[in-house]
Design a protein around this ligand. Structure first.
Ligand code: UDP
Ligand code: MG
Length: 333
């Protein structure tokens, strides 16, 4: 019997050893950086094509996430200048995860690399990512080596968050965001998911497939400001928890059990004081404090249950996650 090496098998599924790799770049109000990003990406494409590492058809796809500045105008100009640059404009701002999904759902090729528009993701590791893909890895995760370009707060909160997710049983790649390469088979698998609340960095490791990581140092944003203010960051973090784990609901059950046990203890203590001592009960404090405490606990618990219920409600509506308003250049589908 012939034993098939998985890597070789994966390679035979590909059309050739020079893969056609497309790049998807979600952009929201990125007029300050887009020209530079496009110039560097195009230079890289030209070099890799000339060096025989990328197939000639490999292209860059910009997804404009309903920008209100000149971003779309710049994408149109670029698409008119180069056949291997094109763009798609969403009808309004749907958030980074939806814009990225739009690209992942609608672009073909042997593989797709997703990256940010602000040049924080080091383009220098793309050849290594392609090598890893050609060697048989279906998904290649770019992982941050250090976080010294982040503020202390961002570094601490991000790392604690990754640890918390891991503790709650969410499978996640430590220090990896959305800079990654995905092959055609994993993209087809992702396309079968119908999730409303997207947290792609949690969904993609769930797909399985052979994968690898490539380390990089994340640069400072080239220009402009972060499009992920604290509230968006918090929303994404909370989505990561509630879309992948029922741990908060279970924690409520646990908390309820602890409080119940404690109240049985309290009752026994009160009974003991009443029956066996003649000390007057300090009535007010011992009544009012547990009342507020339990009231707060109940409201908090209802709130967490409500969060999950709201998710079911929103998912039940099955609304489309984005609408396309315009296309520039040779966008595929
Ligand atoms: N982005 C987007 N829609 C949004 C917010 C951000 O498409 O509503 C894009 C943004 O243009 C960038 C990427 O998502 O390409 C990451 O955003 P940013 O660099 O501002 O996030 P940070 O690196 O500060 O976390
Ligand atoms: Mg950034």
């Amino acid at each position: 019997m012939q034993i098939v090496d998985p890597a070789q098998f994966a390679a035979t599924l590909r059309s050739s050893s020079v893969p056609l790799v497309n790049f998807v770049v979600p952009c929201y109000n990125e007029q300050e950086v887009l020209s530079e990003t496009a110039a560097r990406l195009c230079r890289m494409l030209d070099d890799l094509k000339a060096g025989g590492k990328l197939a000639q058809g490999s292209s860059v796809y910009f997804v404009d996430d309903g920008s209100r500045d000149r971003t779309w105008g710049l994408i149109e100009e670029l698409s008119a200048q180069r056949a291997d640059c094109c763009g798609l404009k969403l009808s309004r701002n749907r958030g980074h995860q939806n814009a990225l999904l739009c690209g992942l759902m609608s672009i073909d090729g042997d593989a797709l690399v997703s990256l940010d528009a602000d040049l924080q993701d080091d383009l220098g590791i793309i050849p290594s990512m392609i090598d890893s893909f050609v060697a048989g890895n279906e998904i290649v995760y770019a992982v941050r080596r250090r976080r010294d370009t982040d503020s202390f707060f961002k570094r601490w909160s991000a790392e604690s968050y990754y640890r918390l997710l891991a503790l709650m049983g969410v499978q996640i790649i430590f220090n990896h965001a959305d800079y990654r390469l995905m092959g055609r088979r994993s993209l087809e698998a992702l396309r079968q998911y119908q999730e409303t609340h997207l947290f792609l960095r949690g969904m993609i490791p769930q797909l399985g497939f052979r994968s690898s990581t490539v380390e990089f140092d994340r640069a400072e944003r080239f220009a402009g400001e972060s499009k992920y203010p604290l509230n968006k960051m918090f929303a994404l973090a909370w989505r990561g928890v509630t879309s992948f784990s029922a741990a908060p609901l279970r924690a409520i059950t646990g908390l309820g059990a602890i409080v119940s046990f404690a109240s049985v203890g309290m009752a026994l203590w009160a009974l003991f004081i009443r029956l066996f001592t003649d000390v007057a009960l300090p009535g007010w404090a011992s009544t009012v404090i547990p009342m507020y405490f339990l009231g707060g606990l109940q409201l908090l618990s209802l709130g967490v249950i409500g969060e999950y219920l709201a998710k079911v409600y929103e998912a039940g509506k099955q609304r489309p996650r984005y609408h396309v308003e315009a296309i520039a250049g040779q966008w595929q589908r």
